[in-house]
Design a protein around this ligand. Structure first.
Ligand code: C5P
Length: 316
């Protein structure tokens, strides 16, 4: 097999709580991450030489080392030099559907697809947890993107516990094309502004454990109680992003006023999603948002929650 097409779904955060500082400079998190059907397609083939090539129709996606998919391929060449010598490099083509720099893990899911694809191309026989471990070298969201579905994520976001997922729950999702939020800025601002529950003692594990408040969300998911899930939606980063980016709060307010069951920003934004009663409600909200926010740069999608991460669509 010399060519694989992989489906790489985006993620949203149903819950994102910032617990405190970590010794590695990142932030300790308690999250619930969720895959959605909105996905990129990543084609990967062995090119028989020593190069890594990345190609994408979107001008916003770089084709060099600043692309996480490129770095994923490079990481594989470093970790598996024998396979690299035997099979050579890879050509990667990304068919972009997920908005770029949106808080939807678009780059991370592309990188996860490259890890999965190269494991197959190079006949490495890696387990999901091997691939997740490799993913953690690339970024905090990459390990989740490998297996996807619904998962509790702690640590930097790379410690995962899967929970039986929610399916056929529809969401409407929006992102302003002309706004991007710097993730490091969002975390730094939160750390500076929110001192009450924030734990600065990197070693105080007991304090860290008792600071986590995600249990009601997890229970709501386990009981498939959509109303309660909507009550428990939480994202600490909203506290710094919403006051700074009025378009993000406007979109959130628009979704709420159009009757969505619950709405919140995903990751560090600027994407906002809203959980809906049905596909038709999601479509109806999508069609009405422009009446409230007449902005041609606002991209809107109807999608649904799914229970998987990277999948092979075809192989040749
Ligand atoms: O891990 P990743 O490269 O995706 O993270 C992007 C940025 O988000 C980091 O450079 C850091 O500023 C911030 N971050 C953090 N704590 C985390 C995850 C991300 O501070 N747990």
């Amino acid at each position: 097999m010399r060519n694989y097409s992989l489906i790489a779904p985006a993620k949203i955060n149903l819950y994102l709580e910032i617990i405190g500082d970590r010794p590695d400079g990142y932030h300790e998190l308690a999250m619930v991450m969720q895959s959605i059907q909105l996905a990129d397609q990543v084609d990967i083939s062995a090119n028989g030489n020593k190069s890594i090539k990345v190609d994408c129709q979107s001008l916003e996606v770089p084709n060099d080392k600043t692309n996480l998919a490129y770095r994923a391929a490079e990481l594989m060449t470093e970790k598996f030099p024998d396979a690299f010598a035997q099979y050579g490099g890879v050509d990667i083509t990304i068919h972009k559907n997920i908005p770029v720099a949106a808080g939807l893990a678009g780059g991370s899911t592309n990188a996860a697809a490259v890890l999965v694809g190269m494991d197959l191309l190079w006949n490495l026989g890696l387990t999901q947890s091997d691939i997740e471990e490799l993913g953690a070298f690339l970024g905090s969201d990459v390990p989740f993107c490998v297996g996807g579905g619904t998962a509790i994520a702690t640590g930097r976001g790379e410690q995962l516990t899967s929970i039986l997922g929610l399916e056929d729950v529809y969401v409407v999702l929006g992102k302003h094309k002309n706004i991007s939020v710097s993730t490091p800025w969002a975390y730094k601002s939160y750390r500076a502004a929110y001192t009450d529950s924030y734990i600065r003692d990197k070693e105080d594990l007991a304090a860290r454990a008792s600071a986590v408040h995600s249990a009601p969300m997890v229970q709501a998911i386990i009981h498939k109680n959509i109303q309660e899930i909507c009550q428990q939606l939480h994202n600490d980063l909203e506290k710094v992003v919403l006051p700074e980016y009025s378009q993000v709060s406007q979109l959130r307010a628009a979704f709420a006023s159009l009757g969505a069951l619950g709405t919140i920003m995903s990751g560090s934004g600027p994407s906002v999603f809203a959980i809906c009663e049905s596909k038709s409600q999601a479509e109806s909200i999508k069609s009405q948002v422009h009446k409230i926010i007449p902005d041609n740069n606002l991209e809107l999608f109807v999608t649904k929650l799914i229970s998987h991460g990277i999948q092979v669509a075809s192989q040749k």
